[in-house]
Design a protein around this ligand. Sequence first.
Ligand code: HEM
Length: 537
Amino acid sequence: MAHPLDHPTNDLFSFTLIDLQYHYLPSPSFTRVHKHARLFYHSRRRHGHRHHDQLLFKKQLEWTLSKMDNLIVCVTVILLFIILYRSLRRIRSRYSSPLPLGTLGWPFIGETIEFISCAYSDHPESFMDKRRRMYGKVFKSHIFGSPTIVSTDAEVSRFVLQSDAKVFIPSYPKSLTELMGKSSILLINGNLQRRVHGLIGAFFKSPHLKAQITQDMRKYVQESMESWKDNNLIYIQDETKNIGFQVLVQALISLDPGEEMEFLKDQFQEFIAGLMSLPVNIPGSRLYRSLQAKKKMVKLVQKIIQDRRNSSRSTVPKDVVDVLLNDTSAQLTDNLISDNMIDFMIPGEDSVPVLITLAIKYLSDSPIALQQLMEENMKLKKFKSQIGEPLCWSDYMSLQFTQNVITETLRMGNIIIGVMRKAMRDVEIKGYLIPKGWCVFTYFRSVHLDEYFYDWPYEFDPWRWQDRDMGTCNFTPFGGGQRLCPGLELARLEASIFLHHFVTEFRWVAEDDSIVNFPTVRMKRRMPVWVKRRRDP
Ligand code: HEM
């Protein structure tokens, strides 16, 4: 007689097994039961109890399998329940804190056109103001190709800035990320970002660097001012750009003015022209030309790095390259260092000249503030010349009213209007949901011009900073958290030095000019002023 397992479908036992096998075979426990049942069946068969046993066995097996069926059904139900529960929880958490109010605008372009047209106007914050009135300080929008939560709420923005890369990462337009490269400080996250940020932050704060920057800055300012003729028109924006670039390059790679400096300056202009270009990298395109310019600059920096590696370096770093080369971690490769030397120039190159230019603009429009600033600086100048000492960095930084002028310029000028981050997971802040994958735009400008925090916010009023705490979340021109600008002290120092020499050595009359706010802050006519050297005793 044929073995039932040879004709499985004729036999209840085998049918049940095959049925089970068909449905549940992946389960290892079932495979074990199958194996034991077969062994038991064969052993009883060998011992001659075949017919009686077969019936008994069938009954037992049916019973066992029906129990197993129940078990499998129970486990499946429990699993389904767990999955359902977890999904419900996720959905509930998503919608328990609602998405901020607002509208996503048109398909694809969202509200980008309205945002940009406001950004070009005298009141770029009007885009935000309109929505703040309708939806509150935090609202949803769709700008620059991404659904975005806009925060004009100081506390929400502070939370975003303080969060680490598990929650938010920086988000930049595609052309910018292509130009910066993956290892740029502006794009890296986690330990590596903290390391590089910490190293350069500490260096920019070091008394050694401040002393050197003070000397360099004074030298470049004086060289530049010596060439100004009485009753000549000079463009503050161009002059400060020229000086600022030389100071920055000195601090980064200790390059003196000369052929290489001029080469770097030209290539850098070619490079940054592509920051806001279409992300198309084909020969001849804007982005392509900018990338070629970056390659040439990187090559120059790599040569400098190679020379440093071949020579014996002092333990006291003289510039940022030295700081990064002295670091013993294997993470900081030569490629990362050379790429970053160029990327550091992006936030550093334009911002300080714009800060100084705006300060001159606001002072030109506010004679009382200018008078007080001039008197404060003259007093220090006279004192230092009486004791026969040049001004050192702490002298410049001790000029209280000058510092207040710089602070007020940062507040009103909003050189960096805000920063963009991308949410790495659903985040709830102050009852608002920022869904995973959305951008959040922390818009500083609205906070800096909010009359709730600043009386007469559109008035240039340096006196408001007397006895006022700058370290609140209502004042964040340099950002905050782990990405707080490492160049902030350098920026203030450079601005103080320029203002000191300008107001103590010159009188000027400014021509009409206006501030352009987009894509970067600058003066429409580059801030032309007629200068005349002071003849005061
Ligand atoms: C008025 C002048 C300046 C302003 C208003 C300014 C503003 C800012 C802001 C708002 C951030 C934060 C960006 C973010 O959170 O994503 C930042 C970052 C940065 N700034 Fe500045 N900055 C100025 C000058 C400088 C200078 C002179 C340097 C010198 C090289 C510099 C180097 C950097 C770097 C390297 C970062 C990126 C830090 C990081 O992501 O870890 N900045 N700056």
